[in-house]
Write a protein of this length. Structure first.
Length: 687
């Protein structure tokens, strides 16, 4: 019989003693759990909660979606800040903003009484057709890693657990419950896993969510190699794993327990008491293994303060002006100016009498879908949906900006300038969870609208509201100015108006290549590579994801990775490397000057790429290794210094199963995009 405790007795138990070390508290609590109680902790009670164990005062641990703000209830009764999509945040290339986002959203999680946020989603953007591209950050493993680490730190510094998802290779929605991502070890090591690993080793991520799909034939939730070996043994993860919602459907109980799955969500299936008991009695897993899984969950319960006096925990805040300002700042800094041919932008408010504001996305509320209960419109695209207290549409933002100064009309032919808002939304088949995109082009009627508008008014600016690359064939050449504004959260309209009128000089850069046509994209080489044949998706492109492929095959993209214009211009000069030859353990200092040679203050995102000139292995022509965002006033010059380590020149060697650097010469490229290299240097590595 397990012992019953009074409240008083419970509060005296060692695990309740806040002055004791974490591991001591975890072990003490674990030692008091019966086998049945352990089983109980292995699965959720409902959508968002674990089961409480009243006898020991273990409250239910609560987790909510998602990547763009906390959503505590599906009906939208509880409002919270709606932040820009992850792809927009990534386009800022600003880890500080990712940290700020993490901190703000954690404050909201705390305020609604929860303990974990089901975010960030950091799967690599392999195909532009993935319905969840908007929820993920980038195609590049280094940018992915820097932003993921900052986000997790921001969340967890507030004693809220981040849940890094979806581990791993959940790179498409088509057949997501059944397909297997067939991926080489080198591609895993160099492309798909680095950001996951860094969130463990550099940010101590407290939770990982397993993927729906299989990886090399084994489902994420029972993938011993991914969970037990890599994540826990190799990377040193001390947190717990949770299944994606119902991701255990085709797994076995013992497979999941042995692999290291701590928590099955949303409710018990493979981890029901009956199934766990049966597998245990049949000797399919040991109590020791189960204990490790439980210990991990308990550890995070302690880390978020589940047993601590509430007054000792950080305070929660929700829907504050500060959070809204962070949301707007991310939206502003994530906007990418794609084209500005006649220098139509920025608009000068004093020169304008009338502007036409038109297009399906000019006044479309992204949050509206769920509110009106239409299933076909998933507000926020599925688990990323949010219910903010308000949403400023582009038209709202422009109305505020133009109030009493410029008339807003709907007829392009009568306007000085037309602003045409096109793009996608979160309907299934567009940028949404559950299905991949149906089209790579904009909807036909929008293309027609762009063409007819340009005829009526050549001064037309196209603003895209979407979350993934689209083709722009047939219209891009005739439009003078194009802006990629993404899904910019609840303050998007203000951010867009600020960029259009020059209050904010755009500085965002694409975190993903925009191909001219889908067949240029490495994931779309054949049916094998996308959407897969017989439920196997073969990642035949290997490490050549995104710009690595476009560079290797010398394909001209529509807009390259790292690209984005500004209202000012920057000059790069004076490249200096502090060493010409390096050996192991050396740090190389790369310095150069950057000057704002235009007439406006602005920010430039400088990108450093490395190339191994000669290698025994096939290597990409360019790999991003550092970046820096610099703010400069007109004529201002700054010296930027970036340090590289030996490991920045390495690759994963399939034959030795190690990361190695081969002796030889390496190029160092500094650029304004992956295709706009301004400075080049060389250095030699001797082993
Ligand atoms: C999604 C996850 C999400 C979970 C809970 C799943 O369908 O893939 O990203 O966190 O649902 O809503």
């Amino acid at each position: 019989m397990s012992k019953e405790y009074s409240e008083e007795e419970l509060s005296q138990l060692p695990f309740r003693d806040e002055s004791l070390k974490l591991e001591g508290r975890v072990s003490d609590l674990l030692s008091r759990l019966t086998l049945e109680e352990k089983f109980k902790l292995c699965s959720g009670r409902q959508m968002w909660h674990t089961k409480p164990i009243k006898r020991l005062g273990i409250k239910s641990f609560t987790m909510y979606d998602g990547p763009h703000g906390v959503r505590p209830d599906m009906m939208g009764e509880i409002k919270s800040t709606y932040f820009p999509s992850a792809i927009c945040r990534a386009a800022t290339w600003d880890p500080k903003l990712s940290y700020e986002f993490g901190k703000a959203v954690a404050e909201e999680v705390r305020e609604v009484g929860a303990h974990m946020l089901l975010a960030p989603g950091i799967n690599i953007q392999r195909s532009p057709m993935n319905g969840r591209t908007f929820e993920y950050q980038t195609e590049d493993p280094y940018l992915n890693k820097v932003l993921a680490v900052a986000t997790v730190k921001g969340i967890q510094d507030h004693k809220i657990a981040a849940c890094v998802k979806h581990f791993a290779c959940n790179n498409q929605e088509t057949d997501r419950f059944t397909c297997s991502s067939e991926v080489s070890e080198r591609a895993l090591q160099e492309i798909y896993l680095p950001a996951f690993k860094a969130t463990v080793q550099e940010a101590d991520a407290w939770s990982f969510m397993t993927c729906y799909n299989k990886v090399n034939g084994i489902y994420g939730s029972e993938n011993y190699n991914l969970l037990r070996e890599r994540l826990m043994q190799n990377w040193g993860f001390r947190g717990f794993t949770v299944s994606d919602w119902n991701a255990t459907a085709y797994t076995t109980t013992e497979g999941c327990v042995n692999a290291g799955l701590s928590l099955e969500m949303p409710t018990a299936k493979k981890f029901s008491k009956k199934n766990l008991n049966k597998a245990f009695q049949e000797g399919k897993f040991t109590e020791e293994i189960l204990d490790d899984n439980i210990k991990r969950l308990l550890r995070v319960m302690f880390l978020v303060g589940l047993f601590d006096d509430k007054s000792t925990l950080p305070r929660g805040y929700r829907n504050t002006r500060e959070h809204q300002a962070i949301s707007r700042k991310i939206a502003e800094d994530g906007i990418v100016l794609l084209k500005n041919k006649k220098a139509l932008l920025p608009l000068n408010i004093d020169d304008l009498n009338k502007i036409a504001v038109i297009g399906p996305n000019s006044n479309f509320k992204l949050i509206e879908g769920e509110k009106v209960g239409r299933n076909e419109v998933l507000s926020g695209g599925g688990s990323s949906n949010n219910f903010p207290p308000f949403e400023i549409t582009p038209l709202d933002g422009l109305r505020q900006k133009c109030k009493d100064r410029v008339e807003i009309i709907e007829t392009p032919s009568n306007a000085d300038v037309t602003i045409l808002f096109t793009g996608l939304n979160h309907e299934l088949g567009k940028d949404a969870e559950g299905e991949d995109k149906h089209d790579f082009e904009l909807p036909l009627e929008q293309i027609e609208l762009i063409k007819s508008t340009i005829k009526q008014n050549p001064n037309t600016i196209v603003v895209l509201i979407n979350g993934s690359p689209i083709a722009m064939n047939g219209w891009i050449d005739s439009v003078p100015s194009v802006i990629e504004a993404w899904y910019g959260g609840m303050e998007a309209g203000k951010a867009i108006a600020n960029v259009l009128f020059g209050d904010v000089n755009p500085s965002g850069k694409l975190p993903i290549t925009f191909p001219r046509k889908l067949s240029d994209s490495p994931a779309h080489m054949s049916e094998r590579t996308y959407p897969g044949v017989e439920k196997e998706v073969h990642y035949d492109e290997g490490i050549y994801v995104g710009y690595r492929h476009f560079d290797k095959e010398q394909i001209e993209p529509l807009f390259p990775f790292g690209y984005g214009l500004s209202y000012t211009k920057f000059k790069y000069e004076n490249l200096k490397l502090d060493k010409e030859k390096i050996s192991k353990n050396d740090t190389i200092n790369v310095s150069f000057d950057i000057i704002n040679i235009g007439g406006r203050s602005g920010m430039e995102i400088i990108q450093l790429y490395v190339q191994d000139i000669e290698s025994s292995a096939d290597r990409p022509p360019k790999e991003l290794k550092r970046f820096e965002k610099v703010k400069l006033e007109p004529n201002e010059r700054k010296t930027v210094e970036l340090n590289l380590n030996f490991s920045d020149f390495s690759f994963y060697d399939d034959s030795t199963h190690c990361w190695i650097v081969e002796p030889g010469v390496f190029n160092i490229f500094l650029g304004s995009s992956s295709r706009d290299i301004r400075l080049k240097g060389k250095l030699e590595f001797h082993g």
